[in-house]
Write a protein that binds this ligand. Structure first.
Ligand code: UDP
Length: 455
């Protein structure tokens, strides 16, 4: 029996690369060989952002293929990115696999592809290679995607994904709820993007059947109702660096480690950590309102302001803001988030509710204040506020649609003042993390997956 050689390929976005790389490091630790395929564009970013390339380079073979976009094109335009990758990457992937199989000691024995990349599964099937899918978001989101035919039958959407009814959706009791207008494809970009995302989801509902495993970065105890509804989705998470080496890999931006020293100087459970992941952008008015909300909340804060969080004029701070908050505010371009959330000085997490951020908060027993931006984030907000009861949501101003500074101050006080959020968060942490302990449900799945890879 040879060594399993896994070719892992994420969707080319930050929240997909980090958790798949985490899973791959666990596979390497079990004696598998892994070739990790980024797009050329992301490969450069990951390599440039690494503080010590060797810790990953020694273990995982990092390679890249083109994504079909020009260097200057906007990769935050999900519709364009999906189209380009579908057009170009399949052929490049097949060439890469052929090249590896001709030149390396160990042939590729399994393609482990992000669920979003149905074409990678088709390529693997054509080349007669085993297939597994990795889903880096909540099981509820994939279950919702699998329910598209039912949503059409129920007259909620048409066959193109266009909304026919405005209502709340809950697939089963104890599952999160979402307004139809916040369905994953309905709250992304313009109408063209929405159509492309919907078509991709619908197509992937078929291609996912080509895989023997649908591994989800979640835990049965976090989403029992979703896993009961869609038992073909198998929980293997939370996959987090904190449970292994503590070093998270695959960042697109270099981590600013000075914030850890700054956190060391703060009182326990005093700091608001504010971060919106890799996609969220702000307009100028909302950005100012957030800054002023933090200012009038009068608490220490660590705020991640990516250089591309707005256009250059949009993320200019309000006049005098930086001066006024300098004694208790720290702003960085990109934080070592998993370490930050594990720091004892963190009080709670003001988050866009990306699934990785959600898991990272849970695994550290941190309460949340939710500010979802798009895609699956509204559903994750519902998990946090309605199902797990570990955080609060914001109300937008009815007229302007803005989250105002007064609302920010009010909700900050509510999250800090209500002890149930912290105690629920600590309980949820234990519940979730037991799954990845030896003998936990996700650990059993991981071991079964390894056995399958080796068989
Ligand atoms: N992240 C980070 N530093 C930051 C902000 C985010 O390392 O300053 C990481 C975060 O830990 C998470 C990922 O980036 O693993 C973001 O994924 P998520 O699903 O939360 O959001 P997305 O970027 O996909 O919207």
């Amino acid at each position: 029996m040879g060594i399993p050689h896994i070719l892992a390929i994420p969707f080319p976005a930050q929240g997909h690369v980090i958790p798949l790389m985490e899973l791959c490091q666990c596979l390497v630790n079990q004696g598998c060989k892994v070739t990790f395929v980024n797009t050329d564009y992301n490969h450069k970013r990951v390599i440039n952002a690494m503080s010590s390339p060797s810790h990953i380079g020694d273990q995982i073979h990092m390679v890249s293929i083109p994504d079909g976009m020009e260097p200057w094109e906007d990769r935050n335009d999900i519709g364009k990115l999906l189209k380009a990758t579908q057009r170009v990457m399949r052929a490049k992937l097949e060439e890469l696999i052929t090249m590896i199989n001709e030149s390396e000691d160990y042939n590729i024995t399994c393609v482990l592809a992000d669920e979003t990349l149905g074409w990678a599964l088709e390529a693997a099937e054509k080349m007669n290679i085993q297939r597994a899918v990795f889903w880096p978001a909540a099981a509820a989101v994939l279950a919702l995607s699998f329910s598209i035919p039912k949503l059409i039958d129920d007259g909620i959407i048409n066959t193109k994904g266009v909304l026919l009814k405005n209502q709340m959706i809950q697939l089963a009791p104890m599952m999160p709820t979402t307004k139809t207008e916040n369905l994953v494809w309905a709250c992304i970009g313009d109408a063209t993007t929405q159509r492309i995302v919907f078509e991709t989801l619908s197509r992937n509902n078929q291609t996912v059947k080509l895989a023997d495993w649908i591994l989800c970065n979640s835990a049965i105890d976090l989403e029992p109702a979703a896993f009961a509804l869609a038992p073909e989705i198998i929980p293997i998470g939370p996959m987090l660096a904190s449970t292994r080496l503590g070093i998270s890999s695959g960042n697109f931006w270099a981590e600013d480690l000075t914030c850890l020293e700054w956190l060391d100087q703060q009182l326990p459970s005093s700091v608001i950590y504010i971060a919106f992941g890799s996609f969220t952008v702000f307009d100028k008015i909302q950005f100012h309102e957030l800054a002023l909300g933090l200012e009038i909340s009068k608490r220490p804060f660590l705020w991640v302001v990516r250089e591309d969080i707005g256009d250059k004029t949009n993320h200019a701070y309000p006049d005098g803001f930086l001066d006024r908050v300098k004694s208790r505010g720290k702003i960085v371009n990109w934080a070592p988030q998993q370490k930050v959330l594990g720091h004892p000085s963190i009080a709670f997490f003001l988050t866009h509710c990306g699934w990785n951020s959600t898991l990272e908060g849970i695994s550290n027993g941190v309460p949340f204040l939710c500010w979802p931006y798009f895609a699956d984030q509204f559903l994750n907000e519902s998990y946090i506020c309605d199902v797990w009861n570990v955080g609060e949501r914001f109300e937008r101003d009815e007229e302007s649609g803005i989250i105002k500074q007064g609302e920010i101050k009010k909700k900050v006080e509510q999250v800090v003042g209500d002890e149930k959020f912290k105690s629920n968060a600590l309980n949820l942490k234990e519940l979730a993390m037991n799954n990845v302990m030896q003998g936990g449900q996700s650990d059993i799945v991981f071991n079964n997956f390894i056995d399958w890879l080796q068989s």
